[in-house]
Design a binder for this molecule. Sequence first.
Ligand SMILES: Cc1cc2nc3c(=O)[nH]c(=O)nc-3n(C[C@H](O)[C@H](O)[C@H](O)COP(=O)(O)OP(=O)(O)OC[C@H]3O[C@@H](n4cnc5c(N)ncnc54)[C@H](O)[C@@H]3O)c2cc1C
Length: 550
Amino acid sequence: MTAPARVDQADTFNQSPPYEDVDLYRSDQPLKDAVAANGAGDEGEALAAFGRRWGSAEMFEDARLANENAPKLRIFDAKGFRRDVVEFHPAYHRFMTESMAAGVHATTWQSDGRHAPPPSEVTRAARFYMSNQVEAGHNCPITMTRAAVAALAAEPALRDQLLAKILSRHYDRRFLPWWQKTAITLGMGMTEKQGGTDVRANTTRAVRVADSYAVTGHKWFMSAPMCDAFLVLAQAPEGLTCFLMPRFRPDGSVNALQFQRLKDKLGNRSNASSEVEFAGAFAWRVGGEGKGVRTIIEMVQTTRLDCAIASAGFMRSALAQAVHHARHRRVFQRALLDQPMMRAVLADLELELEAALALVMRLSRAIDCAPHDPLEQARARLLIPVAKYWVCKTAPGFIYEALECLGGNGYVEEAMLARLYREAPLNAIWEGSGNVMCLDVLRALSRDSEGSRTVLEALGQATADLPGAADALASVCALLARGDAEAHARAAVERIAILAAAAALRDSAPAEFAEIFARARLREGRSTTYGTATLSGHEMTRLIDRVLPG
Ligand SMILES: Cc1cc2nc3c(=O)[nH]c(=O)nc-3n(C[C@H](O)[C@H](O)[C@H](O)COP(=O)(O)OP(=O)(O)OC[C@H]3O[C@@H](n4cnc5c(N)ncnc54)[C@H](O)[C@@H]3O)c2cc1C
């Protein structure tokens, strides 16, 4: 009998191999350069071990599973008793286990709550950059747990009680009182229905009961609801106040957090984001009554830089996959990577990514140095909202362009690009949306005008000889001096971002990159699409060769 005709594997050709089993550190020259330039070059071996693990096929597969199997809310048990728990796919728990074992939530703190010495921020930023190239959703509780330590500094006795569990590397998924667990994670609840940005409009109330508080009200967004405790804002008698609300009361009973539903989100599927009501929930006060914003802002400043680092990581993942594909795909008798217009697109994307990465790593160094260096402290204060604004706003358009480099394959779910594309807008929204970042830059300029001016002067000096830089700085100063500066804040902040990125490129990228970047983004002016910068053939090759080793 004749075998039925079939199209077998041998007929499938000219498809790029999967992008997996890559060392996310060793294959990333710009990252290695930025790590070295910012004082963490000695960490290379440890970062490469992390990069190999996170770039394994197993991790990419787990990321698919964690995102295709979204968390489920179980409000009641079979007999109608409240449970208020969220179930995650085992792949999500594996990511939490891996990130916490590597200390991505913890290594920037010492066991007494002080900052770990440099280059802990830079090393940790490199890890966060790599892990976000694989799976973003679980990084929500990872970043919040780390950042919460900064806010808890306002209540040292409480912090010291919890710190060993917060810094523990042994992830514990069990729903148990915090003191029975090997490690705990922390979340944050600020946003209410009537206002997220304007937290002073919060209506949730807190009344004092003995030496703690009972909190009644709601939060419209509260992510990672299986965290063991949440920093929440509520109105106390003296005004808006920060509290730490554990899932279990000190007597071991389940605390009164009642989840209403989980958000059905555009992306960020592996992570759960809840709507929650507090029915007289037990909470400890953190910081003084009426000092809520001042207390919780310490946490938010930390997560804001993480938003920018994560978005740069998404950009890196998208571009690495685009270059990988273009190298293996042939069109019209040559590799896609050798087609002149594709080279222009990929080189322009790499230019943007180099700048974003250089900026976030430079700001990580600023945090490392801030405790002993007022200029670095002022740099972090002024430029973190700048970076959050610019990098997080850049990522969606960047990923869209990288996605298109894979043609139709980029648009289907098996390729990771679709997930990155849906994930990307979130970093620009949470922890303060775009306009709010620009307002924060204006606030930094008015509250610490001397420190901010010194930072701008330093940027001016570092970029003085770059094309278009002097004009850009002059226009920033002119925009900020206007009576209606708020209406022009986006223009000013974007130019500060480009100047700061150009200055950072000077430290960490090949010598000519700062000049190319300034020429393309300041003198020529930024285009709304990629592949439009006037780059020479040599410059394109220099840029593309940096993305992935051949
Ligand atoms: C998936 C997801 C998870 C989240 N998880 C959490 C969480 O765990 N905890 C938490 O507390 N919150 C969380 N949030 C909420 C998030 O932080 C807020 O949505 C965000 O801060 C914006 O607040 P809002 O939605 O109330 O919008 P609004 O504050 O109403 O803002 C709407 C728009 O107006 C702009 N705007 C605001 N003020 C001004 C102004 N003065 N001038 C010009 N423009 C202005 C903003 O930039 C924004 O674009 C989450 C959100 C999402 C999408």
